[in-house]
Design a protein around this ligand. Sequence first.
Ligand code: MG
Ligand code: MG
Ligand code: MG
Length: 308
Amino acid sequence: MKIVVGHKNPDTDTICSSIVMAYFMDAKPGRQGELNPETKYVLEKFGVPEPELITSAEGHEIIMVDHTEESQALDDFDKGEVITIIDHHKNGMITSKPIIHLTKPVGATATIIAELYFNNSLGFIGAKNKELTPKMAGLLLSAILSDTVLFNSPTTTEQDRVMAYKLADAAGIDDIEAFGKELLKAKSTIVKESPEKIVQYDFKEFNMNGNKIGIGQVEVVDAADLEQKEKEIVDILKRKVVDENYRMIVFAITDVLKKGSKVLVLGNSEDFEKAFNIKLENGAAFMEGVMSRKKQLVPPLEEFYKNA
Ligand code: MG
Ligand code: MG
Ligand code: MG
């Protein structure tokens, strides 16, 4: 059985890209973990069921979307056969066999899938050129708006905008702005969840030159909404560093309106200070303009550990 699966602690791009690629490949979409409130909202809005929870790759052909990092893949991914990767992150995976590996530095994996569809190129990666239904278009549009934070993230490219407008047309959504605001509203309900869930929703693990680094992110419309939970979040992260053997954990509270992130740094926080040439106060700092983990947090840390 062919399974399309995104990263652990799934986000809207991972889930929507999995569902749409599964549709084009006559495969089954899977999810690794619980959906966040924004993704739940999107699936309800377009009347698409949640993908099944997948915990093992054994006996499956795996199409990985929205990740290329072993620590974010199925734990036993080597028991299955990874046949395809479609992603917009840095290359963090080595397979023993040649595979179809399509990476493009755009704002969302959904943008790549939309480009394949609109350019009649799905056949190039072994998928079928089926018709894009309004539901499927709606999912891809949601994924682009979510990953680019309504085109505000520095990861946003011209292709993301072009594809979003084509998808909106196909989905019958004529006001992208208004729809994007609905998504933001759904996303912001995350602050009402327990501190444990807030930490886990968008937490990613990286292997940086042998160092286990965790980077979590929560996007909020108003960072003040999260202030009362910050101390508990820090306590959870402190425990996580010790219990799970992290060298360092960075947790970014990204204020999508102020366009910046408050970072909380636990573990060997002096690594962070050196990598970013920044002084932390009580393990925290506000970083103006920082919205993207992939583009603004991961690269300086990779660079630091490469030379450390
Ligand atoms: Mg993602
Ligand atoms: Mg993505
Ligand atoms: Mg993200």
